[in-house]
Design a protein around this ligand. Structure first.
Ligand SMILES: NC(=O)c1ccc[n+]([C@@H]2O[C@H](COP(=O)([O-])OP(=O)(O)OC[C@H]3O[C@@H](n4cnc5c(N)ncnc54)[C@H](O)[C@@H]3O)[C@@H](O)[C@H]2O)c1
Length: 273
């Protein structure tokens, strides 16, 4: 009853329950790329709700500031820095910022991706192919190498890539992007092997179609939305928080014996591809 008249009580108590109840990532420090919007923002929020100190990043200062303000106003421990993942100096600043602010790094979530073109894989311009592989694959690979000394200092840690259902079965119009997401499935396997004995786990999440700006072409127009939904047994698109919970699980001790794996989060879509 009280909450109906004082909505801020509801907000406060839900934040308190996050902080008091969900502490599975307490004491952990997480870095999430491209985390001012969409799935990345949902992941940053969820890791922080689960107790981690989180460093948010994306290419634009004002977006970083907005996301940091929003999450701090929810009582979460976050800070932010600009990071274009294709720039080595930005990546280094991101990792150093997290380490100096919170005393180390335990978790990397590599979420940034681009898709500058549509069409069959062999119709992709060389420049678009290079851009897709530079951001979606090479930056994830470089960040993984660069975060290792920080994870080793903590005696272990977790790296999670964000692939896509299209990495398993390429979407016709997302040819090159799909292949870049397939590469992340391989990177997950390859990177996990050498790191398992150091207690550094490498996993991957492959979302189906998630209602974000990135996937606007698949859901903004009613006809496109209906076509997309017809391929999803659950009959709806995913929301970003439904991806974030799985990422948080993979980063946590609940997944302490899971490495080299990809979890598909597609509402059953993989069975209809
Ligand atoms: N939305 C979906 O249906 C869907 C499905 C499967 C996988 N994914 C993957 O999920 C991830 C997040 O996508 P999203 O749907 O939240 O959309 P989004 O547009 O919010 O996320 C992509 C983000 O990457 C950022 N980015 C692009 N280039 C960057 C760079 N050089 N440096 C830093 N950031 C950069 C963009 O600014 C953007 O914020 C991506 O890896 C995407 O491929 C999305």
């Amino acid at each position: 009853m009280l909450r109906r008249f004082f909505p801020e009580i509801k907000k406060l108590s839900s934040n308190m329950s996050c902080q008091a109840g969900n502490v599975k990532l307490k004491g952990k420090v997480a870095v999430v790329t491209a985390s001012t919007d969409g799935i990345g923002l949902a992941i940053a929020r969820r890791l922080a709700q689960d107790g981690a100190s989180v460093v948010i990043s994306s290419r634009k200062e004002n977006n970083v500031q907005r996301a940091v303000n929003d999450l701090q106003s929810e009582g979460l421990t976050v800070s932010g820095i600009v990071c274009h993942v294709g720039k080595a100096s930005d990546r280094q600043k991101l990792l150093e910022c997290a380490s100096s602010k919170y005393g180390g790094i335990d978790i990397l979530v590599s979420n940034a991706a681009v898709n500058p073109t549509v069409g069959h894989v062999l119709e992709c311009e060389e420049s678009s192919w290079d851009k897709i592989f530079e951001i979606n694959v090479k930056a994830a690979y470089m960040l993984s190498k660069e975060v290792l000394p920080f994870l080793r200092q903590r005696g272990g840690g977790s790296i999670t890539y964000i692939s896509s259902i299209a990495g398993f079965q390429p979407f016709d119009v997302l040819g090159a992007y799909s292949v870049s997401k397939t590469a992340l499935l391989g990177l997950t396997k390859a990177a996990s092997q050498g790191l398992a004995e150091e207690n550094i786990r490498v996993n991957c999440v492959a979302p189906g179609i998630v209602e974000t700006r990135f996937a606007a072409a698949l859901h903004e127009q009613e006809s496109a939305r209906e076509a997309a939904i017809s391929k999803i047994p659950m009959g709806r698109l995913a929301q970003p928080h439904e991806i974030a919970g799985i990422v948080s699980f993979l980063c946590s001790n609940d997944a302490s014996y899971i490495t080299g794996e990809t979890i598909v989060v597609s509402g059953g879509m993989s069975s209809r591809l």
